[in-house]
Design a protein around this ligand. Structure first.
Ligand code: GLU
Length: 430
């Protein structure tokens, strides 16, 4: 078990207090390992990836030219089980972002007590500028590059920002063509027709909404009729709109996407906003609403704020102005460590990403279990089992937060690091 030899360890030295997601993730891991009094070997293994794969994907464009796309798969830690985590297609992707996301996946699967490790993939590309055939060729090229190093018992990809069930289906097909056999458990978030799970589409948002329900319970808050705001309107954000209304009785007063936001104090109808986005490509311009910037949306007077887009949106610059009672992180890494301290001091209840958005990977795990047994569950079973996992994990985190007198994120990190360390110890790695 060695670290990939091409990886310059000096690159990975922690620098606190900046917004490089890798440095943030390493700082968080260092803090949890220190609180648990773990030794140097555990700390070093946990704060660095076990394996990294870097590719240049050459893809033929529709005009006959070839374009080269940098791509990555980072396997952070697989002590608890095969690597698990999505593949992101984003123009601003960096290798350090993928590393951080892989580290957070490792912590996330441990918080949920799933028998999985953590990994992440990324391709630097702008999927909005690619045609469907170009997107398909890129997706297949990615799998050809990584095929020997993924698998149901090695590392299992899934969707993330700007990757979809359709992309998972192309990837599955490419993988199965290479190995000449059906192996649906190699990738999750697939369409139902090729071995996807019922309930995977809205799982990230649903898990987050269950976590908000539990937070409201311990805070003794009645959320019925109260306002919520959602930054980001991809898979997580758009389903959060629907489920905050359906499961919590909340009224969503503001939503946004990469082009801007909309605000309506009486609430936004999710069906109409989703239809507008499907038609125009954005929530912007939805009738009878006021425009609101992504930045201003965060500080609106609401009970629950769902950051559901990208990293580093709640920072020391705006944390003092956030008025929400609960911050439910459906995005990965939306809050910087400095902002964490400010929110904690101000008594804002943060549901950290590695708990709050873990519904997605939890139902991905259910999908794999169904693929392995070739027997598929009904919707009620998926929802009940997801609820059970989210509620239990929330309780574990909440109990640890009280026990150690720390904020929820640090409690979740302590919980995760403790579990990963137990597996590393059992294997004789530390
Ligand atoms: N991309 C999602 C996440 O960040 C889901 C990962 C998965 O299902 O493996 O948790």
């Amino acid at each position: 078990m060695t670290v990939h030899p091409t990886l310059a360890m000096s690159e990975l030295v922690a620098l606190q207090s900046d917004e490089n997601p890798l440095h943030i993730a390493q700082g968080q891991i260092d803090r949890a390992t220190a609180m648990l009094g773990l030794g140097k070997s555990a700390r070093n293994l946990l704060r660095n990836p076990l394996r990294e794969f870097h590719f240049q994907l050459s893809v033929q464009m529709d005009d006959g030219s070839n374009e080269i796309f940098p791509a990555y798969r980072i396997q952070w830690n697989d002590a608890r089980g095969p690597g698990k985590g999505g593949i992101r297609f984003h123009p601003q992707e960096t290798v350090d972002t993928v590393r951080a996301l892989a580290a957070w996946m490792t912590l996330k699967t441990a918080v949920l007590d799933l028998p999985l490790g953590g990994a992440k993939g990324g391709v630097i590309c702008d999927p909005k500028r690619l045609s469907q055939p170009e997107l398909e060729r890129l997706s297949r090229a990615y799998i050809r590059a990584v095929a020997q190093n993924i698998g149901p018992d090695i590392d299992v990809p899934a969707p993330d920002v700007y990757t979809t069930p359709q992309i998972m289906a192309w990837m599955l097909d490419e993988y199965e063509s290479i190995f000449s056999r059906r192996q649906p458990g190699v990738i999750t978030g697939k369409p139902l027709s090729v071995g996807g799970s019922i309930g995977r589409n809205d799982a990230t948002a649903r898990g987050g909404v269950y976590a908000v329900r539990e937070a409201a319970r311990v805070l003794d808050l009645d959320l019925n009729g109260k306002a919520a705001a959602i930054q980001g309107y991809g898979n997580a954000g758009s389903y959060a709109h629907q489920l905050a209304e359906e499961l919590l009785g909340m009224k969503v007063v503001a939503v946004s996407d990469s082009r801007g936001g909309i605000y309506a104090p009486d609430g936004l109808d999710y069906r109409a906003v989703q239809a507008h986005k499907a038609q125009t490509g954005s929530v912007v311009g939805f009738p009878n609403t006021q425009p609101v910037s992504n930045e201003d949306l965060l500080t609106l007077d609401v009970s629950v704020l769902f950051p559901s887009a990208l990293e580093n949106v709640i920072t020391e610059r705006n944390a003092a102005n956030i008025t929400a009672l609960i911050v439910a992180e459906l995005a990965n890494g939306p809050t910087t460590p400095e902002a964490d301290e400010i929110l904690h001091e101000r008594g804002i209840f943060v549901l950290p990403d590695i708990l709050c958005n873990a519904g997605g990977v939890t139902v991905s795990y259910f999908e794999q279990v169904q693929n392995a047994s070739n027997f598929y569950w009904d919707e009620a079973t998926v929802h009940n089992r997801l609820d059970e996992r989210m509620t239990t994990s929330f309780e574990h985190m909440h109990r640890l937060a009280n026990e150690y007198g720390v904020h929820n994120r640090l409690a979740a990190h302590i919980l995760a690091v403790k579990r990963i360390n137990e597996a590393m110890k059992a294997r004789g790695w530390v």
